[in-house]
Design a protein around this ligand. Structure first.
Ligand code: PLP
Length: 358
């Protein structure tokens, strides 16, 4: 193995996660594979996912992400959640992408496209039309002969705010009723994300799921059983002995309390390990927990291996994220320690970390 840091993506666990999500949601799935499938390599993942019948579409954030999938011979519908800008119109046509439209300026750019989805703002205030826009939307669509294949909204707080989320569901229901008066009856209505799957939505017939497919639970006690499909690994590249009082790494923030052994591991913040885990995070080597000592550097970390130094050697595999027997480190664990969310850690695993599907 020539790579010093790599990620292994477990196809069997992917299948389990998907089946558990589908069994729970009982609706068509739009697999959200934006940002290179949250760092999991969108084109390989999409190849695997496209054989599942209940995966009806893929969702990406930008037209260029859609283009990349088409170039990898992904045939299923691709929904571009971030809409369509003027300079992207040709991309949408050339690569058969479907935009989600959220405002009148973007609506202008849909002339000549076959179908679109409409996004309504039910409380997030990031993107989306308001209910009061419907009349004008409908006249534009009629004039330009554009059909609405789907209608959606998005939950910003399904993991923490039940009342807010339930109101959003009610609001979208009202929107659909108004659209119906104008004879707009979309084939797909989609609202729920991973966290939102726990809210019943009887008028929705598809769900947009990202996080749960990758095996992270959006909140504690999430009722769907999923596990990380990606484990992230590196190598011991050197083992060294410290004397009492020796300082480790940049700025010398770790001072050896006694004579001890540390290992230098080929994984740093340029690979995606947040630097604020310096002196805080840990890795797993040969079934032992090894604490990060000193500041995390761009390409390497130093870890305390004193209690099992004799069991390891240069080249030893190191688990940055993953599990080994009863020890595990998940994306959530890292996110929690560094004060962020698992999404950010997942899509922050960098290009240097070579992805393998097993
Ligand atoms: C990213 C995204 C999703 C997926 O959210 P998860 O929490 O990863 O399931 C769904 N809908 C929209 C609009 C998104 O931007």
């Amino acid at each position: 193995m020539i790579f010093r840091s790599w990620a292994e993506i477990d196809k069997k666990q992917l299948k389990k996660n998907l089946e558990n999500v589908y069994y729970f949601a009982k609706k068509d799935i739009f697999a959200v594979i934006k940002a290179d499938a949250y760092g999991h390599c969108a084109k390989f993942l999409a190849k695997i996912l496209q054989k599942y019948k209940y995966i009806k579409k893929f969702c990406v954030a930008t037209a260029l992400e859609g283009k990349e999938l088409r170039e990898a011979e992904i045939k299923k519908d691709i929904l571009v959640l971030g809409g369509i800008l003027k300079e992207e119109v040709e991309l949408f046509k050339d690569y058969n992408l479907t935009p989600v439209i959220s405002d009148f300026s973007q609506l202008e750019n849909t002339k000549g496209l076959k179908k679109i989805h409409l996004n309504f703002d039910t409380g997030m205030h990031r993107l989306g039309f308001y209910k009061s826009d419907i009349k004008d939307i409908v006249s534009f669509l009629k004039e330009n002969n554009i059909s609405v294949e789907g209608v959606m909204s998005h939950f910003p707080s399904a993991d923490i705010d039940e009342e807010f989320t339930k109101n959003q569901i009610k609001e979208l229901k009202k929107i659909l009723a108004i659209l119906k008066i104008f004879h707009i009856n979309p084939k797909f209505t989609h609202l729920q994300n991973s966290a939102g799957l726990v809210y019943p939505c009887d008028f929705c017939n598809a769900v947009r799921v990202g996080l749960a497919i990758y095996g992270e639970k959006p909140f504690k006690n999430y009722p769907i059983n999923v596990e990380n499909i990606m484990s992230v690994k590196a190598k011991v590249i050197s083992i060294k002995k410290l004397k009492k009082g020796d300082k480790v790494s940049y700025s010398g923030t770790f001072i050896a309390p006694r004579s001890m052994y540390i290992a230098t591991v080929s994984f740093g913040y340029a690979d995606g390990l947040p630097r604020n885990l310096s002196n805080k995070g840990y890795v797993i080597i040969k079934g032992y927990k090894a604490k990060i000592v000193g500041n995390i550097t761009m390409d390497m970390i130093m870890v305390d291996v004193d209690s099992f130094k004799d069991k390891i050697k240069e080249g030893e595999e190191v688990i940055i994220i993953g599990k080994d027997k009863d020890l595990s480190i998940t994306f959530s664990d890292i996110a929690e320690m560094s004060g962020t969310i698992p999404y950010e850690i997942m899509c922050g695993i960098s290009k240097r970390v070579k992805r393998f599907f097993k």
